[in-house]
Design a protein around this ligand. Sequence first.
Ligand code: ATP
Length: 140
Amino acid sequence: LETTLALLKPDLFADHQTLCNIEQRIAHLFRISARRKVIWTTGDAQRFYAEHQGKPFYPRLISYMTSGPILALALTKHGAIQEWREMIGSTRPAQMRIERPTTLRAQFGLTDTRNSFHGSDSVASAERELEFFFGKKLPN
Ligand code: ATP
């Protein structure tokens, strides 16, 4: 079994029903082994996204991710990392609406920055990111 970190980003909190529906879709396909709603400080966002510091979209990314709550979910199943990334699609919602319209970013994403979801991209980043939200004791 594998566990990945999924984030439902602040734009999704604009509509409670949409957020609930998305979480139900997720729960149908993955075991949600941990769940936490957080509001990030600027420092939290800068730590999580340290690798993007200096990129043109970085200031936008930090202000977006601190603009409201985030729902962090630990998703467990065989191949969870890849399956969750396929379910959300790649970074750009407008491109996804053309190429993969059934992905979550195609359906809910607003802009390249405000793209509604995050998924860990490897076993190593899943470990780091799960620890960031849930501490040392990884859910399984
Ligand atoms: P991947 O791990 O495949 O790169 P990702 O979509 O999670 O996928 P990152 O590159 O980790 O993207 O970037 C983190 C976040 O920063 C994105 O989800 C998006 O919110 C924002 N972002 C990334 N690239 C851009 C960009 N070119 N323009 C605007 N915002 C961006």
